[in-house]
Design a protein around this ligand. Sequence first.
Ligand SMILES: [Zn+2]
Length: 466
Amino acid sequence: MGVTWRAAVLAAVAWLAAASSPASAEGCRYLATAADAAASSLDVEVECAGDGPHGFLPWPAVHGSYLTGLAGQAGSRVDNEGGRIAVTGAGGLSRFAYRIDLDGVARDGRWRYQAIRVDQALAAPLAVWVLQPERSDVALTLAVASDHGAGFATALQPGAGGYRLLSQDVTHAGYGVIGRFLTRRIPLAPPPGAGGVPATLDVAIMADRFAVGTDTLIDWFGESAGVVADYFHGFPMARALLVLEPVAGRSGVVFGRVMSGGGGSVLMRVGERATRQELHGSWVLVHELSHLAMPFLTDRAMWFMEGMATYVEPILRARAGWIMPEAVWAEFAEGMVRGVAGIETKRVAQPASLYWGGALFMLIADIDMRRRSAGRLGLEHCLRRVLGEGGDSTRRWPQAPMIDACDALTGGRAMADLAADFLANRLAVDLASLWRELGVEIAAGTVKFDDGAPLASIRRGIVSGN
Ligand SMILES: [Zn+2]
């Protein structure tokens, strides 16, 4: 049914030819060769322009036991200084090699989700096997040789001779899959400003073990990505990778995670026994895909990123017709109690209240924007504007320009002031009166609407977008 074993795509031969020519290359080139079809380990050769010395920092998960065979090549010298590796070249090139024991990392319980083994497929964030140059601005080219029939799926940008990324993006670079696995490509609405070229979501299926069947999962991914594309007026980025890991003996959606350095990737851990109802009933996938539509905010602004994804997820599912508007407000009413508790205990930026504290902030900001614009503009307009300016999750922004982009829409500094109050735990929220103003009546766990409430039209606009 259109599922094919992934044929390896990569330009290993071209790379080797280029590697033997004199020092014309800029930056560093990495060539990884899987030791076998399942990529139980990777042999990596690196060539950098210039004699250096070049400093490299191995990822903590591999340093020590899982990084072996570190040696200079063609006259280059490697000094392993504990946590730092220095490579000194000769004749304008620095060359060295090393081996990463991927299965070793996968078996090591200390490094959850750093390397995931399912049958013949191995999923890992790039940092597990790409030694990161110390300098942040080194241009890296990356290829995985197709020896033994091992394929490679990644969200990185392809270019001549391999995939491209900057050294500063290695730390948070996304998941790639190496070995033997299935792939499917889902075409989606183009991102804002992409000139009409459809976006693609590539799905790497680590093993086809799902009781509902792979087609049901692919449909679910396509529908969920479509819901996100509808909300943001286009899928957030031109291409993204979704890694699907079957979890043995489990039902439902187990876990999701986004990593976007150099290209957006989503890891979805789904129970082998998951039912169609469980897939569509789960919040996880829409939440994760929403993360692709916002820059990664530095300066510890996890609360803003998680708040956005937590807030928009039920709204998106309601707009898709998957849940009723009442269910959105029931979820808000239940979750935001935790957000208020986080504010009251002054732990708003802590994990326990990160999601719902942030979502409460988004609700207050959304109401405020709609009030100021007489219902014309809301949070969604500011999120679309940021995305339209290229602010997807592969970008790293400080929090301030994100908030400024929202305030610029309605004028003034409402969101900046709200964020300052929120972070200083000065935000006093009386949830009971907020629900009353919005016309959300909660009794015995069910929600009813009061359309005579002062903010009833704003409540309807939040969910319907009108
Ligand atoms: Zn999240």
